[in-house]
Design a protein around this ligand. Structure first.
Ligand code: BTN
Length: 246
């Protein structure tokens, strides 16, 4: 392990750099339990048990970015979904500023040319309905082999150092945190919606066909399900629906 420092617009933060870890989220979780001062970032060159969403494995061979950022942030447990939306927005935003047209699949998959460029897994530490610390774990396909439906950033851009991608990603996450602290989800949602690719898509919900019509003020997906003579709008939490496209 090497302890480095990384200079960001928001200030300098410690970066723990590992060759190989089971999961950067897991290591950061242990560090937080041991009382490390936040913010702090953890990167691994490869992960043997990378955690994806919904209990899936995140394949983490060398060549990808595997990064977790730990932040202190106080918010209600019921608002945890906000973190997913804002973090995806922040990273998409900085990559767009670099000329890379990344957009989002709700809640926070990073898409490039309609294919999955990266994913985010948020974990939180909470007490009595209040979140106190958050772990934002992000995997971005840089020059690693990608599964079907995935895309590499290196095919598309001149970001040719992993450190450069790590720095941009962290800038995006801090931008998101600052924006959210100042403006709440209300202020960040219009920016998020500008980058969202999901509206107007057909989805499956409990075996029925639905149409995505928006995202509500809580960050839930608004889906309209219609049958002859009836129309009903449902607010969906992540995991409730299958967004049947990459
Ligand atoms: C997804 O399933 O879309 C989310 C994938 C998140 C993967 C990243 S890689 C770095 C961090 N550590 C983990 O174990 N998972 C996240």
């Amino acid at each position: 392990m090497q302890l480095k420092k990384i200079d960001l617009t928001a200030g300098t933060i410690p970066l723990y750099y590992y060759e190989n870890l089971a999961s950067t989220n897991q290591t950061l979780h242990s560090m937080i339990k041991e009382g490390i001062t936040l913010p702090v970032a953890v990167i691994a060159q490869e992960q043997s048990a990378g955690k994806g969403q919904w209990g899936r494995v995140w394949h983490s061979r060398r060549g990808g970015l595997y990064l977790s950022l730990g932040l202190s942030m106080r918010l209600k447990v019921e608002n945890a979904l906000h973190l997913s939306l804002i973090s995806g927005w922040g990273v998409a935003e900085v990559l767009n500023r670099e000329g890379i047209p990344v957009n989002l699949k709700w809640p926070n998959d990073l898409l490039l040319q309609g294919r999955k460029l990266g994913g985010i897994k948020i974990e939180t530490c909470s007490q009595e309905e209040m979140i106190s610390q958050i772990i934002i774990g992000i995997g971005i396909n840089w020059r690693n082999e990608v599964p079907t439906g995935g895309i590499n950033l290196i095919e598309y851009t001149n970001i040719n150092r992993l450190e450069q991608l790590a720095k941009l990603t962290l800038e995006g996450l801090f931008l998101a945190a600052q924006n959210y602290t100042k403006e709440g989800l209300e202020g960040t949602l219009p920016l998020y919606l500008n980058r969202l690719d999901t509206i107007g898509k057909e989805v499956q919900i409990n075996g029925m066909a639905g149409l995505v019509v928006g995202v509500n003020a809580k960050g839930q997906l608004r889906v309209v399900v219609s049958s002859p003579g009836a129309r009903c709008e449902i607010s969906c939490l992540p995991g409730m629906i299958s967004l049947g496209y990459h």
